[in-house]
Design a protein around this ligand. Structure first.
Ligand code: MN
Length: 604
């Protein structure tokens, strides 16, 4: 056992804990009232920003993420604020040019971030360099991250080498980021011992409790010399989230590792969030509890609930085990990337396509193609060359750092968003999420920002009202004094005798899915006719049309891409099932589509 020392703590309640438990939906209004108490605790830091919070703010909550950060900073003057940053991907899903990375980090620092935990989904350190430089230039704490996974190529030696490479780039500390709950207590001990022996930096342990091992891993890591643990206040802890703050504080109390944090104060905070969690019950996935399958399928907590929601939307939740079985196979084909945003989406979505299409790699997402070209960085292991050939043909595979191929973008982004951006922060919001970012800025300019509705908290032991004859498909719902117009816009695929309804709230399509307790029917659902002829083009997943590539009269080959659709944040080509002439196009860019709808008709 290494020399005992006081252990410092980051509470993830304002970022990862609610990302892992309630799909990142916690609103600023539920954070601010408890900030005075959080600020008294003496945490080393509070994780408050980054990860999926920025996306959720803009997409669902209609909060300006920068304003959230400034308000948290003002409310937490005595505590470091921490964010999670995806290296060259920042908070988006692609690689940004270096000038965007520098601008983003500088603005995050100015608006309140003190500690930047920087990771790359491939553990390709080339993708961390510019972000680390930018954090140091802003005078802030740069934490280099080992995205922890297991595979034949992920050895302790490889992690130590990565840590050394990050040390040479100037990081202040190292995080072991066990996003999926894959770490085991003794592997944690071995890894931390090796890091402490060979790299002279504080070691932080971020271990999700998905497999029920999180607290044990942290304890063994502490015994091996780790300096710091990430926890979640108990009412948002455990399962796909983190070990409970109060539990870890109690476990270490009175030992040489004592955190010094006040348990009574923590329990008051825990009770506060216990009430908050109930407000967000509609976003709780059934996969938030301990699930040991992660030790095989490697699916991180956030991704687990996302996959479940997405499959549910398609009426295919019953196939989740097939998807879990497919994920490790896709991962091996791609050279064992760790599963963390964006690789978790890339691998997860391809696995869903492979299962739902009934044939592996019948559809290959554009992101998998880019991955196989080296455009996310170097794969940790060898990729399946046959798949690479099938996916990209003779297109070139790049060997340089992906961002080396990108031209500066800030000037172009500023020009594109124009007067909608009131400041540089707005330009960066648009840079992160071009479509929803622009929409957010437009709605803000029009004074029309409406957050998604929260469903009322069910009474204890109560039953939701059953639908009957004459159930309307349009109605107005009042929630906390705000009125929302709700339309049932479609009926999803029927499975297990349940119907899945697609809603729009105030004209916005929503991903909320209801399963009625009895069998009422709300119209015929989808307005498009259903595919039956061999030349009918349809998708296997609900999604949005990103691009229409053909027009009436075009001659197409079998297998030619005619549409690009987006589902589960991934784009893929929709191909012509037969060769022939385009007879009709029933969709336009931006349309929401359901499986089986005829989108394009081709006459052979
Ligand atoms: Mn995490």
């Amino acid at each position: 056992m290494s020399k005992p020392k006081k252990i410092t703590v980051t509470d993830t309640i304002l970022r990862d804990a609610h990302q892992s438990i309630i799909a990142t939906r916690m609103r600023l209004d539920d954070m601010l009232p408890i900030c005075p108490k959080l600020d008294q605790v003496g945490y080393w830091s509070l994780e408050v920003w980054g990860g999926a919070t920025f996306d959720a703010c803009v997409r669902f909550l209609k909060e300006d993420p920068w304003e959230r950060l400034r308000k948290l900073k003002a409310a937490l003057p005595n505590t470091r604020l921490q964010m999670l940053l995806r290296g060259q991907n920042l908070l988006g899903y692609r690689h940004y040019s270096d000038d965007v990375v520098r601008a983003f980090v500088a603005k995050a620092a100015v608006n309140g971030i003190d500690v930047f935990r920087i990771f790359d989904a491939m553990n390709d350190v080339r993708n961390l360099r510019v972000a680390i430089e930018a954090v140091k230039a802003a005078g802030k704490h740069a934490q280099g991250t080992l995205a922890y996974t297991t595979s034949p190529v992920h050895t302790v030696k490889a992690y130590v080498e990565q840590a050394r490479a990050m040390q040479a780039m100037g990081i202040d500390s190292i995080a072991i980021k066990d996003m999926a709950g894959l770490l085991t207590p003794y592997s944690a001990f071995e890894l931390v011992q090796a890091l402490k022996a060979e790299v002279d930096l504080p070691v932080f342990v971020h271990s999700h409790d998905t497999a029920g091992l999180g607290a044990m891993c942290q304890l063994k890591a502490i015994e091996a010399g780790a300096d710091h643990i990430d926890t979640a206040i108990s009412s948002f802890a455990w399962g796909t989230s983190h070990p409970g703050t109060e539990s870890m504080v109690a476990a270490l109390r009175g030992t040489p590792f004592d955190t010094g944090l006040d348990l009574a104060l923590l329990q008051e905070i825990g009770l506060y969030f216990h009430a908050v969690r109930k407000k967000y019950h509609q976003f709780e996935s059934e996969f938030t509890a301990v699930d040991t399958r992660v030790q095989i399928n490697q699916v991180p907590g956030g991704m687990m609930s996302n996959l479940a929601n997405q499959l549910k939307e398609q009426g295919a939740l019953n196939r989740i085990n097939e998807v879990f079985a497919e994920i490790p196979r896709v991962r091996e084909d791609l050279g064992f990337p760790p599963l963390v945003t964006p690789t978790s989406q890339i691998v997860g979505t391809q696995a869903v396509f492979n299962v739902l299409a009934g044939e592996r790699y019948k559809t290959i997402t554009n992101e998998v193609k880019l991955y196989l070209q080296g455009r996310y960085g170097l794969a940790p292991g060898k990729v399946n060359e046959q798949l690479r050939k099938q996916a990209i043909g003779s297109e070139e595979v790049i060997e340089v750092r992906p961002a080396d191929l990108l031209k500066s973008e800030m000037a172009k982004l500023r020009e594109e968003i124009g007067a909608l951006a009131a400041c540089e922060e707005d330009v960066l919001t648009y840079a992160m999420f071009p479509d929803i970012g622009r929409k957010f800025l437009e709605e803000r300019a029009a004074g029309n920002l409406k957050p998604e509705a929260l469903l009322p908290i069910p009474e204890a032991g109560g039953v939701a009202p059953a639908g009957g004859e004459g159930v309307p498909t349009e109605f107005v719902v009042d929630v906390h004094g705000e009125s929302y117009r709700v339309d049932i816009t479609g009926v999803g695929v029927k499975s297990d005798g349940k119907r899945h309804f697609y809603l729009s709230i105030d004209g916005m399509p929503e991903e909320v899915v209801f399963e009625p307790l009895n069998d009422f029917v709300a119209g015929s659902g989808s307005k498009r006719k259903q595919a039956s002829a061999p030349g009918d083009v349809s998708t296997s997943m609900p999604g949005n049309i990103v691009e229409v590539l053909v027009k009436v009269g075009d001659v197409v080959k079998a297998g030619q891409a005619v549409l690009i659709s987006e589902a589960m944040k991934m784009e893929s080509e929709v191909q012509a099932p037969i060769a022939g002439t385009v007879k009709a196009v029933h969709v336009a860019k931006g349309d929401r589509v359901n499986p089986g709808d005829v989108l394009v008709e081709i006459e052979g």
